[in-house]
Design a protein around this ligand. Structure first.
Ligand code: UDP
Length: 252
């Protein structure tokens, strides 16, 4: 592998849906194996990989709250669900030979270490993959915000934001508007102002304020993570540099 990687340390954000494959719910073992092998490929290039995993494939706090449950209780359930996904992912990473630690923002000491920033960095330096579980540990937040927060804390150079079935960011929801225009580049500010669904606005603001680039890409193409790590332009780059014409459509 001759290509020099563009990053030394990245944070990969996997939504719960990214673990579902074609299933309507839960985790697809084949999909998780594919993710593990993609992580292995970039690690073999010498890139340190931290992961934040969501739980939309199992539970979302807002769904519980919509049914009348106290929002904070529902959110804690969502955070616990991310721990299940983190353990599934750890198991898959270790099966392809990646030494992996799960660091949780909620105490689940039988299965995961408590989140300690310095320890996370130490694990990465020792060539271990790190999975951050339980989001930020706070209700009313999302794992997107956890991804932004942890990426900043560990000095990751970029967030790689995996999407299901879409190539990146569009000027409208491509599932609802088939003529939505693909945006190869956009600034954090433009994404916030236009209400584009890169990540939620809290997470996006955090990235904007701290100049952290986000690469939004389609998880369905198994080469994408490696391509981004090698500096190839794939999907949408969200950075502090404003795109000259964010409304410009490049294909559909
Ligand atoms: N959650 C939370 N605080 C956090 C992260 C997550 O309360 O810091 C809860 C929230 O209920 C959320 C659920 O965990 O709905 C799952 O996370 P998320 O929706 O971000 O998962 P994804 O959409 O990435 O699968």
């Amino acid at each position: 592998m001759a290509t020099e990687p563009a990053f030394k340390r990245i944070l990969l954000k996997l939504s719960g849906e990214a673990l579902m494959g074609d299933l309507p719910y839960g985790t697809d073992p084949a999909q998780i194996e594919r993710i593990a092998s993609q992580v292995q490929t970039v690690r073999q290039r010498g890139v340190e990989v931290a992961l934040v995993v969501g739980a939309g494939n199992i539970y979302r706090g807002l769904e519980g709250a919509a049914k009348g449950m106290d929002r904070a209780t529902a959110d804690y359930m969502g955070m616990l669900a991310t721990v299940l996904n983190a353990l599934t992912l750890q198991d898959a990473l270790e099966r392809v030979g990646i030494d992996t630690r799960v660091l949780s923002a909620m105490a689940v000491t039988e299965v995961a270490e408590p989140y300690l920033r310095r320890r996370a960095i130490r694990h990465l330096e020792k060539d271990r993959a790190v999975i951050f579980a339980a989001g930020t540990g706070n209700p009313f937040f999302t794992t997107d915000t956890a991804a932004a927060l942890r990426a900043l804390e560990i000095h990751a150079e970029a967030i790689l934001m995996a999407k299901n079935g879409v190539e990146g960011v569009y000027d409208a929801d491509p599932n609802e508007h088939p003529d939505a225009g693909f945006l190869p580049e956009i600034s954090h500010r433009q994404a916030i102002e236009k209400g584009l669904r890169v990540m939620d606005s809290t997470a996006l603001s955090l990235c904007m304020d701290n100049d952290l680039p986000i690469y939004v890409f389609n998880m369905a193409d198994e080469r994408n993570i490696d391509r981004i790590v090698c500096g190839e332009r794939v999907g949408t780059l969200v950075s502090s540099k404003p795109a000259s014409d964010p409304a410009q459509k490049v294909g559909t």
